[in-house]
Design a protein around this ligand. Structure first.
Ligand SMILES: [Zn+2]
Length: 511
């Protein structure tokens, strides 16, 4: 599949902006004992179900992305980064038979504490509220500016999993191009530990631990109690380190290792004098730059056991989302690139329909504005733009599983003319019957014009979606237009007639 290629794009696992970081993953926060208990149950269950592994069918996992901005609405991640992330994520989990899909759109909310310091209590309370409202039947992922407490560690933690409330928080700079941070955090969500569990705060150090590591137990702020030091011969793998036997011992060698990920060639021996060979490209390790990353078979089995556990029944349903990859290129048709529009507050945009896309993300950016629309149609009538602005507008085709569609952009200049200019030949003459109307009714629209004109008529929903757009030859005198509304949702619509002299609009209510 094409998705497999995309994984190559992920070149920056767990890299902090501040060079060597104190924490690259905030790990599992909340009740760690409960987490360990869940992990142990899943390890046990994975063994019981071993014979069923090959018959594991593809499972579709609903995800609610909560895209957080500060309280002024500033700083929210670009939706395109989220689509890119989903494309990468689904390639990463393809071999596990897991497909993630967007459940009922994005949840955008504005809350500075969550945006800047999601580890604080006020933030966690707010996130819980959002989950209760929008995310009870999904994996919940919060995309924020920071992923830490807002104190001195700001900027060093890239993501974490909250075990008490079962959500993941990830920094927005890790979403879309960085590759593996989200896969790592979802590994935690599905009950995986770091292979170097217990060594998070005290990576192996020759001066401290020696070439032969005789230490029996370790502790870290991310572990509960003492953790036994794992041995190469697997004799204690079931109750040491990450409890997973096919991940080799790792005493957090990745923490100080070269980011270019050369082979780990420092000779370190366990207390049996067996040489340790860590799995550098494990998603749950701290080694950087080791693409392509992988989960081991035992990790996969544990993830699947967690998905199938009683407490995850909220993620399971018979629903099958659109999984097709969007390969066709979208073309922006109108306005032409660099065109100046006739009016700044009434612009029709058109692009080509693209196979395998369910929806389109339309974005305007310019002069500090960031206007976002998600539409199902390939034409939209926009009334929200400002005068005399050079905008970049872009359209991205997508579907529930992301679709890996490519964004197309163009420049658009607005002038300072308003479309409120009403065509005087038509002004006040539009009559709609019946109004309000039932959607099963046909609308009869009567227009009296003082002169003949070439134009078009539009019906737009209150959100700016164009539901009808047809050319119209207006005769002098009485005109009768019929609109079939059986396919529309109830709501308020605007019926407009556009001619070269202006726009005349009348409200119509469908019920
Ligand atoms: Zn982690």
């Amino acid at each position: 599949m094409i998705r497999s290629i995309i994984i190559i794009l992920g070149t920056m696992l767990l890299i902090s902006e501040n060079g060597w970081s104190q924490h690259i993953c905030g790990g599992v926060v909340g009740n760690r004992e409960a987490f360990q208990t869940r992990l142990k149950q899943n390890v046990k269950q994975a063994k019981l179900n071993y014979s069923l592994k090959s018959s594991q069918e593809t499972v579709y996992i609903p995800v609610k992305f909560h895209l957080v901005a500060d309280s002024d609405g500033v700083g929210r991640i670009d939706y395109n980064d989220v689509f890119d992330e989903l494309c990468i994520l689904n390639s990463q989990f393809e071999s596990l038979g897991m497909v993630f899909y967007i459940k009922d759109g994005f949840n955008d909310f504005d809350h500075t504490p969550t945006y800047e310091a999601p580890r604080r209590a006020g933030a966690s309370a707010r996130m819980l509220q959002e989950i209760t409202k929008f995310g009870t039947e999904a994996v919940n992922i919060f995309v924020t500016q920071n992923a830490d407490t807002g104190n001195t560690d700001n900027g060093t933690t890239l993501g974490f999993y909250d075990n008490n409330n079962d959500y993941v928080v990830i920094r927005k700079n890790q979403v879309g191009s960085s590759g593996s941070t989200l896969a790592h955090e979802l590994g935690h969500l599905f009950s995986l530990n770091h292979p170097h569990y217990g060594w998070e705060d005290q990576p192996w150090d020759l001066e401290v631990h020696g070439k032969v590591v005789r230490t029996q137990v370790v502790n870290s702020s991310q572990s509960t109690g003492s953790v036994r030091v794992e041995l190469v011969d697997r004799s204690n793998c079931e109750d040491s380190g990450d409890f997973i036997c096919d991940t080799p011992p790792d005493y957090n060698f990745g923490f100080t290792w070269d980011r270019a990920c050369p082979k780990f060639n420092t000779v370190v021996l366990d207390r049996n004098s067996d040489t340790i060979v860590p799995m550098q490209n494990n998603y749950m390790s701290y080694f950087l730059g080791c693409e392509p990353y992988a989960f081991t078979q035992d990790q996969v089995d544990v993830v699947i056991a967690d998905y199938n556990s009683n407490q995850r029944s909220n993620l399971r349903s018979d629903y099958v989302p659109t999984v097709n990859i969007i390969e066709e290129e979208l073309v922006l048709e109108s306005p032409a690139n660099s065109a100046t529009t006739d009016f700044f507050n009434g612009i029709e945009l058109r692009w080509t329909e693209v196979a395998n896309a369910d929806s389109y993300y339309l974005n305007f950016s310019g002069a500090g504005e960031d206007l976002r629309y998600i539409v199902n149609e390939t034409a939209v009538y926009i009334t929200d733009l400002s005068p005399n602005v050079v905008y970049t507008w872009s359209v991205t085709p997508f579907n529930e599983t992301g679709g890996c569609g490519e964004k197309q952009s163009a420049i658009l200049r607005t002038n300072d003319l308003e479309t409120s200019t009403v065509d005087p030949a038509i002004d006040g003459s539009i009559v709609i019957q019946p109004n309000p109307a039932f959607i099963s009714d046909n609308l009869n629209i009567y227009v009296e014009s003082e002169e003949q004109a070439q134009g078009q008529y539009l019906m737009t929903s209150i959100n700016g979606k164009v539901v009808v757009n047809k050319p119209l030859l207006i005769s002098q005198g009485n005109n009768h237009i019929k609109v079939n509304t059986t396919d529309y949702s109830p709501g308020v619509y605007l019926f407009s007639i556009l001619t070269s002299k202006g726009v005349t609009t009348k409200k119509v209510i469908l019920q």
